[in-house]
Design a protein around this ligand. Structure first.
Ligand SMILES: Cc1cc2nc3c(=O)[nH]c(=O)nc-3n(C[C@H](O)[C@H](O)[C@H](O)COP(=O)(O)OP(=O)(O)OC[C@H]3O[C@@H](n4cnc5c(N)ncnc54)[C@H](O)[C@@H]3O)c2cc1C
Length: 393
């Protein structure tokens, strides 16, 4: 976005801090909190309002691991990397709990369940359960051939019965209203959050970096970029690395229907859970329209919304559902599905002073808080974390 001369005269002036954090989603606010804990002065700069990005629009699953099962992750990344991903997501929730998330009104300790509806996925779930146990992760298999499934609108419905559904349970997972989580993190970050301020550029100003934003400038020793899907708009080198992908969701009136767990089905393609005030929320179906669900446009499409509605009807055994809200969010996907953390190099006079953390590939609720803290440690000279940007740049 360009800035008119009239706007520039409404300047916030020049501020100084140790680290300027760009983006007030879960990642940026968590990074700011980690910096404050280290005694550093941070300033968070957000172009809209805190949580305006994916962080305030997601399904609110605080889930261990990734959308697909552990066996699939071991196949894709190798056992050690998969184990690390699962561990980081467990640490993420543990850290959030220590940070007081259980006191949020919307927080629910609630298992997640990967529901397999095909023979192939059932086989993967059984292999996943064995691998998880070997690696020391608590899990349980329910439904066809496993333990007893809960009595709720999914397991009592026609879909689960007709397709012989089997579930892989993460017993220690949780969920919350992500907007409440963002507000909580904002309260923890202990530094100014400048909203309505788009960062337009980062310049070398000698001993400091000069972060130009809509109404002023922040001079900072370091810059931590947490703009996730929008990273390529600020740093063109990241455009081919972090891809903006749209996720769509809807909420329906529940009419006495319940869901005892937070569910993922069809290898994580569809996800659903109880909302608040008598709703159920459903999302996903993006994998059926991968070519279209790319870009920055915040607009639900009839096509994908129709697919989600159809899935909701199928899952609940209903002829139709009463949709009360529809929305979208833009996620930052990395090339291999793992987060990205690292310095953006020595060019432009940045001299390893500008760092990026993002690319959570649809799992920032489960990964960003812990990953941002590890990124801050590494930026300040600590040990390198597991998700180095160098693997793709
Ligand atoms: C529909 C949907 C469902 C999802 N469900 C889940 C789920 O259940 N569980 C889960 O773990 N994850 C889920 N996710 C993913 C999760 O929401 C994201 O991974 C996470 O929110 C990313 O956080 P972030 O802080 O990195 O990015 P964002 O929340 O997108 O924050 C980036 C911020 O940067 C700001 N910004 C961008 N450019 C600039 C600039 N130039 N200057 C200043 N500010 C700028 C943006 O306005 C935005 O606020 C879902 C995502 C979507 C869209």
């Amino acid at each position: 976005m360009t800035v008119s001369i009239w706007r520039r005269s409404m300047t916030l002036g020049v501020r100084s801090c140790d680290v300027a954090v760009i983006g007030a989603g879960i990642c940026g606010l968590s990074a700011a909190a980690a910096l404050t804990r280290r005694g550093l002065r941070a300033v968070v700069i957000e172009r809209h309002s805190a949580g305006a990005g994916a962080s305030g629009r997601n399904a609110g699953f605080l889930m261990r691991g990734a959308a697909d099962n552990y066996w699939a992750a071991c196949e894709q990344y190798g056992r050690e990397v998969a184990r690390t991903l699962w561990r980081v997501s467990e640490e993420n929730l543990a850290m959030l709990r220590r940070a007081g998330i259980e006191r949020l009104g919307s927080y629910r300790a609630r298992p997640s369940c990967l529901v397999a509806l095909t023979e192939d996925e059932r086989a993967q779930i059984e292999k996943s359960a064995a691998l998880l146990r070997e690696d020391g992760f608590a899990t349980e298999v329910i439904g066809a051939g496993g333990g007893e499934a809960p009595s709720d609108s999914l397991w009592n419905g026609a879909l689960a019965r007709s397709r012989g559904a089997m579930g892989l349970v993460n017993p220690e997972d949780a969920c919350c209203n992500p907007v409440e989580l963002v507000e909580h993190l904002r309260g923890l970050c202990g530094c100014p959050v400048l909203e309505g301020q788009e960062v337009l550029g980062i310049d070398d100003a000698g001993s400091a970096l000069s972060v130009r934003m809509t109404d002023g400038v922040v001079n900072a020793g370091r810059v931590f970029i947490a703009t996730n899907a929008y990273a390529g708009l600020l740093v063109p080198e990241l455009a081919g690395v972090v891809t903006p992908r749209r996720g769509q969701m809807l909420a329906i009136r529940a009419e006495g229907r319940t869901l005892a767990m937070n569910y993922y089905a069809n290898h994580g393609s569809e996800y659903f859970r109880e909302g608040y005030d008598g709703t159920l929320v459903f999302g996903g179906c993006r994998v059926h329209r991968e070519d279209v669900e790319v870009g920055y446009e915040d607009r639900p499409t009839e096509d994908v919304q129709g697919l989600i509605e159809r899935f909701a009807c199928e899952a609940l055994g209903a002829e139709r559902v009463d949709v009360v809200a529809r929305w979208t969010g833009v996620m930052g996907f990395s090339p291999d599905g793992l987060p990205l953390v690292g310095s953006l190099g020595r060019g432009k006079g940045w001299n390893d002073r500008v760092w990026f953390c993002g690319g959570f590939t649809g799992h920032g609720m489960s990964l960003a808080h812990r990953t941002a803290a590890m990124a801050v440690e590494e930026m300040l000279g600590g040990a390198a974390g597991p998700f180095s940007l160098k693997r793709v740049m």
